[in-house]
Ligand binder design. Structure first.
Ligand code: GLC
Length: 523
């Protein structure tokens, strides 16, 4: 019998649906593709999948622009495929979390079309945020209602021909909902029930701190434009929404859960979302933002644990996602040392999996995939790339489809001769799941071994950790019978006493080499 709710120490694997596995040969991943690869995920040893949005969408932002919250985009399959996936995943012992996008819809959503067809001031406009423009101070010429920027570049407002402006914290194709309209609230409660009734185990809530905007709509002025507790995010009203969502989740059996994508200025603000009657978890992104440094990692871990401790919430850890540069590449400094990114990624996994709480992995990290930095401009699709005119590369480099088998594109991602939606580098031939599965020294074998061992140990691991003294550039900690030693430096160090269970690089005599980690047990 497991002693705690499953999500408190789960390993959750993020499936970027469009890039996971393409069963029907349109060059984009789909639900049947995921179904066909459940064996890979079971063998890997993950507890749950988080699926990125697969709902009908023009894909102005990779599906985070939802046109219909209760259906599957034909390119990704059907509701019937979804039901079959839930059922098969459960048969494989894997839970399923879906992404819910409540801050904004697609501009093709029925409600936004109705809003556009209605005149200023009409009730159909009250589901979104429409405002009149503001005369410029010097020119007198009308400008946006305020100076808020879009996260993807440019202003957060777009003007309609009738003179009103609508708010979009992201792309213009993603109009923000007006959560002060009760209809919006009811709609999402119903959407949650729709997917819960179909058997999902939980939700990942996109832009969870958005939803409510300060009613004064005041300018940011000199304020830091990325300020996360400013007028656009973390307004107090948002917590009422999650209290209601929690009640809905609790109405269902089977430990249904929700994890919020919450960016705040400090870890303490995160805790507000984790009050016992709100969300079960929030992403704690600081590990993903930290450089390869024992001091940085330790500071992040201490702060993250401190943030959740008073309310007894479970921390979450993440190194890569569909929004960030893959960590193998992030850790590849200095570039003059071949393989250093991979060695560090192996070591980082042991740190991640030894920590209390749950780990969110991103598809492809089990293959050691690096970021694809040389995608041609014409292939790139991220609105960040488009809206900054190529000044920022955007996130396509971590979204390249997975290489499953074979020696040339599409590497088993799509049926032969189909071109995947993003080009796959020829240099990935040695990185396919097939090539790695049989290789005891591969990244895939490493992930399986580490996840398997964690599964065997986890019921004996206490919720807290104990820091052990360790030399500079290293961090050592214990959780009951398990000790984790990470050496971020270049020189070998003596690990703490104990019998090695798993090491990311073979020990050097009895020393732990640089850029390596070990799990040990007992003194
Ligand atoms: C979240 C998603 C990201 C998306 C954005 C807007 O940050 O993770 O991919 O672009 O929200 O929905």
């Amino acid at each position: 019998m497991r002693r705690i709710p499953w999500w408190r120490d789960a390993v959750v694997y993020e499936v970027y649906v469009r890039s996971f596995a393409d069963s029907d040969g349109n060059g984009e991943g789909d639900l049947q593709g995921i179904r066909s690869r459940l064996g890979h995920l079971r063998d890997l040893g993950v507890d749950a999948l988080w699926l990125t949005p697969f709902y009908p969408s023009p894909l102005a932002d990779g599906g985070y622009d939802v046109a219909d919250y209760r259906d599957v985009d034909p390119r990704f399959g059907t509701l019937h495929d979804f039901d079959a996936l839930v059922s098969d995943a459960h048969d494989h012992g894997i839970r399923l979390i879906v992404d819910i996008v409540p801050n904004h819809s697609s501009d093709r959503h029925r409600w936004f079309r109705e809003a556009l067809a209605a005149p200023p001031g009409a009730p159909a406009r009250s589901r979104y945020v429409f405002r009149p423009g503001k005369p410029g101070e010097r020119s007198g010429e009308e400008g946006p209602p305020n100076d808020w920027p879009s996260a993807f570049g440019g202003p957060a407002w777009t003007r309609l021909d009738d003179g009103e402006w609508y708010l979009h914290l992201y792309a213009p194709e993603q109009p923000d909902f007006n959560w002060r309209d009760p209809e919006v609230r009811h709609e999402f409660e119903d959407v949650l029930r729709f997917w819960l009734d179909r058997g999902v185990d939980g939700f990942r809530i996109d832009v969870a701190a958005g939803l409510f905007k300060d009613e004064s709509f005041h300018d940011l002025g000199g304020q830091n434009r990325r300020v996360l507790n400013g007028p656009m995010y973390s307004r107090p009203e948002v917590h009422e929404v999650y209290r209601k969502w929690r009640q809905i989740l609790d109405e269902y059996d089977g430990e249904r859960m929700a994890i919020g994508e919450v960016w705040t200025d400090g870890p303490e603000d995160l805790a507000l979302y984790l009050r016992p009657d709100e969300l079960h978890q929030v992403f704690q992104f600081d590990l993903q933002l930290a450089p390869w440094s024992a001091t940085a990692f330790r500071d992040v871990i201490v702060a993250a644990l401190k943030a959740v401790a008073p309310i007894g919430a479970a921390p979450t850890w993440v190194l890569s996602s569909h929004d960030s540069i893959r960590h193998v590449t992030r850790y590849e400094q200095p570039v003059s040392v071949p393989g250093i990114g991979l060695a560090r990624a192996r070591a980082a996994l042991l740190m991640l999996l030894a920590l209390p709480g749950s780990a969110y992995l991103y598809q492809g990290e089990e293959l050691g995939l690096p970021e694809v930095t040389d995608l041609p401009g014409e292939a790139r699709q991220d609105p960040i790339w488009k809206r900054t005119n190529g000044e920022l590369a955007g996130r396509d480099g971590c979204r390249v489809p997975l290489p499953w088998s074979g020696s040339a594109e599409p590497f088993g991602f799509s049926p032969d001769r189909v071109r995947p939606w993003l080009p796959m580098p020829e240099r990935w031939a040695p990185l396919t799941a097939e090539a790695q599965a049989a290789d005891p020294s591969s990244m895939l074998t490493w992930y399986r071994d580490a996840l398997g061992l964690r599964r065997r140990l986890r019921d004996d691991l206490p919720d807290d950790l104990e820091w052990l003294d360790s030399p500079d550039t290293t961090l050592f900690f214990s959780r009951g019978p398990l000790t984790c030693a990470l050496n971020c430096g270049e020189n070998p160090v003596r690990p703490p006493a104990g019998t090695p269970l798993l090491t990311s690089t073979p020990l050097y005599g009895d020393l732990l080499p640089g850029n390596a980690a070990a799990w040990l047990t007992g003194p």
